[in-house]
Design a protein around this ligand. Structure first.
Ligand code: SF4
Length: 217
């Protein structure tokens, strides 16, 4: 008889996306098993996939997720060959705890005991002030609100200003802090212009700046 109550290493969970790190995972970063540039910050208020409801929803807390491969969400550490986890001995807590045949208990706690950027950055590091500046000027909650209600010209102008401000701050922070491009997803999260994908609005470069327009496709 087939035992359905065990992991069959089919890779389905890993293909749906890497996990958000929990406090139990702090040692994995501190010991170098997972690097900062292998993480993407999902900022509070931004849209994120909630596996408990199987819907895209504004996330109530900041999350640090393992990045995806290319432009997809398949976990960076997943190897198609053999459906293998390349950091199996040092995989995050969620991957160790998840029982895909009965995920309810874990799903009920997905936003609890999660790590934030500040947990992985030295408290004296000036980058924290830049993260705070970005949060105040370009909050994920405001972006989600504007995007959900964008209708008239004024809404469009506000959303455009926010997307533009996000790009300006990113460029300034990258220049002053001097971090490599690979660190941007961890330090400042996903750029707003990328989060427009699938919304019906696209961001186009124009005269050294940007312009938003309704997706013509
Ligand atoms: S860390 Fe390993 S087990 Fe966890 S989602 Fe990624 S590939 Fe799968």
């Amino acid at each position: 008889m087939t035992d359905i109550n065990r992991c069959k290493q089919c890779g389905t969970c890993c293909r749906k996306g890497g996990p958000a790190l929990r406090r139990d995972d702090l040692y994995l970063v501190r010991q170098g098993h997972i690097r900062h540039d292998q993480l993407v910050t999902i900022r509070r208020g931004e849209m994120g996939y909630n596996p408990a409801t199987a819907r895209l929803e504004p996330v109530p807390v900041e999350l640090l997720k393992i990045r995806g491969q290319g432009s997809g969400w398949t976990c960076l550490f997943f190897a198609d060959a053999g459906n293998a986890c390349t950091i199996y001995e040092n995989r995050p807590a969620t991957c160790r705890i998840l029982q895909c045949w009965q995920p309810e208990d874990l799903l009920a706690t997905i936003y609890q005991n999660t790590l934030r950027r500040a947990d992985l950055i030295n408290h004296h590091d000036p980058i924290l002030a830049e993260i705070d500046r970005h949060e105040r000027a370009c909050s994920g909650r405001l972006f989600t609100e504007l995007l959900s209600q964008v209708g008239g010209t004024e809404d469009f102008a506000q959303l455009t200003e926010l997307v533009r401000a996000d790009l300006v701050i990113r460029a300034e922070v990258a220049k002053t802090a001097g971090f490599p491009l690979e660190m941007e997803m961890f330090i400042l999260g996903r750029p707003f212009f990328k989060q427009l994908a699938g919304s019906g609005i696209e961001c186009v470069a124009e005269g050294g700046g940007i312009r938003l327009q309704r997706d013509k496709r």
